[in-house]
Design a protein around this ligand. Structure first.
Ligand code: FAD
Length: 408
């Protein structure tokens, strides 16, 4: 994507939400030479959660936006994948290299704070208005106006709504409220110093049993100032909605849920800092029929909040950003009239994204159900499958998700 606008007059693109989706979109439009204003409701962005795994489809977008090398430098190098049962016996253990060679890009597990800061700096603080909550938008032939809680408003040519899974503006675009659905399990996540008594430094280890899961993923040293490698660890337990969330209880809760599990699991439970841990009830939203209004595009979790069981929510937000900005760039070369160009680009975005993200939302929910024992027989069958897995089926599934993206 070139940095110069193909169109005589660059657009003014408004972006609501400075998460990884909104900032990726802002950067993609800036790369085309458009003026971008990002508005973010909080004064200081503190990402919830320890880390995130950017799979090759997300990293490819970051490379196109000029951030690939930084992301690779700040992230962990994950070369093998292993499933173990709760006693610590290996079910399957294989190299991820064939996948990364095949798709031409490795995965990048990275601290959320490092990713957020990298995107924020790339967009530029001068283009981001913090502490401004968007309440509504209005649109007409001339463009779109975002209205804020502080009484102010901003006018632009296009509005990107990237206000996250709790999106306030989504219901206006779809014309009906979209309720989040509880997926049925609680996730605790945290970073701990990497140590080879926990897992080999470059392994992604997952312990499974009793419809619960513990994951240790190498995330490099980009998450701390000491340059010390860390593991991104998470614990999943199927629980009813509404269980108390008290950081003072995290260690005891996990000791109870994982009593008798393998030594590395016990070690993580005794080592983590509860103040740095996030505990979330996992939700998604149903797939949407459309992601557009005449001057508006819905993007990221606002458009497709999904269970994290494929590690794709953030990657899909990055794909959205790339596809949307690319569609606008092409449409502006085809139409001298801005309104027509935007209409064409938004239609292209909708066609390109609705099916792709809808399928991934559904697949993530099915995988969440399988991992977390919605149907216990299915979960046991999966454990048996893992014990006979040589990696090929898992790598094929990962590859399918990656190559289905806009950058192949
Ligand atoms: P958000 O990050 O939620 O950002 C939305 C922003 O909008 C926020 O900053 C918010 O303050 C702001 N905002 C909200 N309302 C307003 C308003 N009215 N006005 C102005 N600003 C507003 N994805 C992966 O790709 N890989 C993974 O490994 C992975 N692991 C995950 C693990 C867990 C446990 C969870 C829960 C998710 C995981 N995800 C993963 C998904 C990923 O975290 C999300 O898809 C991603 O953060 C979505 O980014 P976003 O920018 O759309 O939304």
């Amino acid at each position: 994507m070139s940095r110069s606008a193909p169109h005589a007059s660059p657009l003014h693109v408004l972006v609501v939400g400075a998460g990884m989706g909104g900032l990726s979109a802002a950067l993609a439009f800036q790369h085309q030479g458009h003026r971008v204003t990002v508005v973010e409701r909080v004064n200081e962005i503190r990402p919830v959660g320890a880390a995130i795994s950017l799979w090759p489809n997300g990293v490819k977008v970051m490379h196109r936006l000029g951030l690939g090398e930084t992301i690779e430098r700040l992230s962990g190098e994950m070369t093998r994948m292993r499933y173990l049962n709760h006693h610590g016996q290996t079910l399957t253990d294989f190299s991820l290299a064939p996948l990364f060679e095949d798709v031409g890009q490795r995965a990048c597990p990275i601290a959320r704070a490092a990713l957020q800061q990298t995107l924020f700096d790339a967009v530029g603080a001068e283009h981001i208005q913090l502490g401004r909550r968007c309440l509504d938008y209005t649109q007409d032939d001339e463009g779109v106006t975002a209205h804020f809680e502080d009484g102010g408003s901003l006018h632009g040519d296009l509005l990107v709504v990237a206000d996250g899974t709790h999106s306030r503006l989504r219901g206006k675009l779809t014309g009906h409220p979209v309720e989040r659905q509880y997926v049925g399990y609680v996730n605790w996540n945290v970073r701990v110093p990497a140590d080879d008594d926990l897992a080999p430094l470059h392994n992604w280890d997952q312990y499974v049993g009793d419809a619960k899961r513990v994951s240790l993923m190498p995330m490099g040293s980009g998450g701390n100032d000491q340059g010390a490698p860390e593991f991104y660890c998470f614990f999943d337990v199927p629980l009813p909605a509404g269980t108390p969330n008290d950081s003072q209880r995290y260690r005891d809760e996990l000791r109870e849920h994982f009593a008798g599990w393998a030594e590395p699991v016990q070690a993580v439970i005794e080592r983590f800092d509860p103040e740095r841990m996030a505990r979330l009830e996992i939700h998604d939203i149903p797939p949407l029929d459309t992601l557009i209004a005449p001057r508006v595009a819905l993007l990221g979790d606002a458009a497709h909040g999904m269970a994290p069981d494929l590690g794709q929510g953030g990657c899909q937000a990055m794909e959205d950003a790339w596809v949307l900005a690319d569609a606008v760039q092409h449409a502006l070369t085809e139409h001298a009239d801005t309104s027509k160009a935007i209409a064409t680009a938004l239609t292209h975005y909708d066609v390109a994204r609705v099916e792709r993200v809808g399928e991934i939302v559904s697949r993530a929910r099915k995988r969440a159900a399988m991992i977390h024992g919605l149907d216990p027989e299915q979960t046991h069958a999966w454990y048996d499958e893992l014990a006979h897995e040589d990696g090929d089926a898992i790598l094929a599934g990962l590859k399918k998700t990656v190559v289905g993206g806009p950058l192949g």
